[in-house]
Design a protein around this ligand. Structure first.
Ligand SMILES: C[S@@+](CC[C@H](N)C(=O)[O-])C[C@H]1O[C@@H](n2cnc3c(N)ncnc32)[C@H](O)[C@@H]1O
Length: 343
């Protein structure tokens, strides 16, 4: 027996006024359930048929939306920097704000390349879904720069590393065409290591910040490596690892501000990926303390920040370490990125 869905507006009403969803969330759900593109859904007046089983799941998902469950955890994907990324509960949903950070990282890598570097090593602390580091990798992979790139991602969370690995395969093997977990299962058996990006070493480590690169743990086995030849991290004169660029979108919400966040953030997103002590600045200070020695001279340390006040504080911390600073605003005019160049 088939059940017809033609109740976009009824569903909107059902979800009620206080629910934290947008009409776009419902549209995304309908697209996911029907497998139809948005334009087709509109011309068909949102009408499509579902089996009883799928219809019951549709009603259940409406209930989830009603109780502020984020739509991206239901449809298991999120668009970021024009690519689709697999998302699951336990992973921070990548925010459009972070595209400013991706742009800044790309721009600084271009500067490094224009200075004549033939090998560029980049590390992201806290990869989450991998949306940021993979967007940067994809950009340079498509440009085919004659440079050897080494990308390193670290995260403390196993689920984050697993998701980053999945998204690596999506992006380089099955670009722009996955349907959440279902599609992942169907491509998993045929996964090969992408061979196009020969110049791209990509290694993931499960690690507390950059500890995996410190001398004693230097030979720690990676969580994932794409098999391209290269060392785990080339060292500088003192035998410490030397990166050209380190970037991070650390968790930067203070416990007080967290209480003011929407329910869908407070109830369902991983607190460990969001809340930080010391007015939200705890991890900036930790990363700054650790990564200074790991950056080559002329290299960059780039952070995403929450607002203008935090950007000013981070600027101050970096100036104390003698970084040359640049602050970059997002499209809404908020200082979203602080980039420091090690002199
Ligand atoms: C704010 S999220 C950023 C995720 C992703 N980069 C993004 O922008 O969507 C912070 C990430 O840092 C990770 N993390 C938290 N503490 C960490 C630590 N001590 N060392 C490494 N990663 C950590 C969390 O698991 C989380 O994935």
């Amino acid at each position: 027996m088939q059940y017809s869905i033609k109740n976009y507006y009824k569903a909107l009403k059902f979800l009620g006024r206080n629910a934290e969803f947008t009409p776009l969330d419902l549209m995304l759900l309908l697209q996911y359930k029907s497998g139809l593109p948005k334009e087709k859904l509109i011309t068909e007046n949102y009408g499509f048929q579902l089996s009883l089983f799928k219809y019951l799941f549709y009603l259940l998902d409406l209930l989830f939306l009603r109780f502020s469950f984020p739509i991206h955890y239901i449809i298991r994907k999120k668009e970021f920097y024009s690519h689709e990324f697999f998302i699951e509960k336990g992973i921070l949903i990548p925010r459009p704000d972070s595209e400013t950070l991706v742009e800044a990282v790309i721009e600084k890598i271009k500067i490094l390349v224009s200075r004549g570097e033939t090998e560029v090593s980049v590390a992201e602390i806290g990869t989450g879904s991998g949306a940021l580091i993979l967007s940067v990798m994809k950009y340079f992979n498509d440009l085919n720069f004659p440079v050897k790139f080494k990308f390193y991602g670290v995260d403390r969370s196993e689920i984050a590393l697993r998701t980053t690995k999945k998204n690596y395969f999506y992006l380089f093997q099955n670009p722009g065409n996955h349907n959440g977990l279902k599609k992942y299962r169907s491509v998993k058996s045929t996964m090969k290591r992408p061979d196009k990006e020969n110049n791209f070493l990509f290694i993931l480590f499960r690690s507390d910040l950059l500890n995996c690169f410190l001398s004693k743990k230097r030979n720690k086995k990676p969580y994932f490596s794409n098999g391209v030849k290269g060392d785990n991290c080339s060292g500088n004169a003192e035998g410490k690892p030397g990166f050209d660029l380190i970037f991070s979108n650390p968790f930067y919400i203070s416990p007080r501000d967290f209480k003011k966040c929407e329910r869908k953030i407070r109830w369902y997103e991983p607190k460990k990926a969001l809340i930080a002590k010391k007015n939200g600045d705890y991890f900036y200070l930790k990363i700054l303390g650790q990564s200074f020695d790991m950056l080559r001279h002329g290299g960059y340390l780039i952070f995403e920040t929450g607002d203008d006040a935090q950007a000013c504080r981070v600027e101050q911390y970096m100036k104390e370490k003698s970084f040359g600073i640049e602050k970059i605003k997002d499209l809404t005019g908020i200082s979203r990125v602080v980039a420091g160049r090690k002199r």
